[in-house]
Design a protein around this ligand. Sequence first.
Ligand code: NI
Length: 199
Amino acid sequence: MSANHQANSTLEALKPFAVYFSLNNGLSNTKPSIKRHLSQMKGMYADDEAYEALIKEGNPLLYEFYDLGVPEAPGNLAFGTSIVYPGKVGNEYYMTKGHYHTILDTAEVYYCIGGQGLMLMETPEGDWDAQEFTPGKAVYVPGRYAHRSINTGTEPLITFYVFRADAGHDYGSIETKGFRNIVVERDGRPEIIANPKWA
Ligand code: NI
């Protein structure tokens, strides 16, 4: 929870406001981002040896995103950018942790500003889907779908997201079980395969 979040956590109505996010790198010049390094994703990549080697080499920054602290009320919208950097752990592309929404039946939209990748999605019942991110493409994540952004390109994957502010994030089941599928590079191209760690 950011200081900004705490300052805004009241039931007072929000005043109109605007935030800048760069179309070049996705970053704001006025708001702090939340950063996720590889060490925060222990066990979430298939190749544990490649993971440990990368941690020793310097624990790379995998992605960053924004939480602007919009109060978690049902009429509010949370929004911001997410930037997933290019790279791989073994042959598995850099990705976000991914999450369900705590209010499971709440949707989200992601609009791709730069880079290329996939939005990997799945429901608790086992339906899954992957939609391509390319600049200009908006991806609709329906309610009930866990979602994870994956950078399959060579540039930062920059997306802008917006969802119901009270939806909440449930990382727990993803951190322990993973997604049913992972995205790896095979012959220079992304391929979706079964997650060998999924239980
Ligand atoms: Ni979400």
